[in-house]
Design a protein around this ligand. Structure first.
Ligand code: FES
Length: 153
């Protein structure tokens, strides 16, 4: 379900040192290679979950949005959104102290989504964030981003 951004083969090869497929670069048919989505920019006109103004979010205090099963968190590097759905069997995690806990089987996750205690073995996935026309922030649950992705707002 990862949302990918499409770049041309020419752009990929330009940034790829030692690209051995030089002969294929610059061909007129321009096949594409996918790159991960990132937070930032203006939200599309539909599909973004409105999570309110940036001032809603204080440092290391996750805010839960039940309509999207999403937490939004501010850390020292910016804002990020991640799923509240436990990757083990899909139950909804909640805040417990400085972690997220899944009440079903007890998996613990750090606020950045990393697994601290199983049985879950996969982290909580992060979603792209964007800015709505109103100035509020949006979460795009259809676009998975790296866990290091942050929105500066
Ligand atoms: S469903 Fe979350 S730990 Fe099992």
């Amino acid at each position: 379900m990862t949302r990918l951004v499409t770049i041309s083969r020419r752009h990929f090869c330009t940034g790829l040192a030692g690209c051995l497929a030089v002969a294929a670069c610059g061909s007129s048919d321009e096949p594409t290679i996918d790159a991960p989505a990132r937070s930032g920019g203006v939200c599309p006109t539909t599909g973004a979950l409105d999570v309110g103004p940036p001032s809603t979010f204080t440092l290391n205090t996750p805010v839960y949005f039940a309509s999207g099963f999403v937490f939004v968190v501010r850390d020292a590097n910016g804002l990020y959104a991640l799923t509240a759905r436990c990757p083990h069997q899909g139950f909804t995690t909640r805040v417990q102290g400085n972690d997220f806990i899944c009440p079903r089987h007890g998996s613990l996750f750090s606020f950045d989504g990393a697994v601290l205690t199983g049985p879950a073995t996969a982290p909580l996935v992060h979603y792209a964030m964007c800015t709505l026309a109103s100035g509020n922030l949006g979460v795009l649950t259809s676009q998975i981003v790296p866990d290091t992705d942050r929105l500066n707002a």
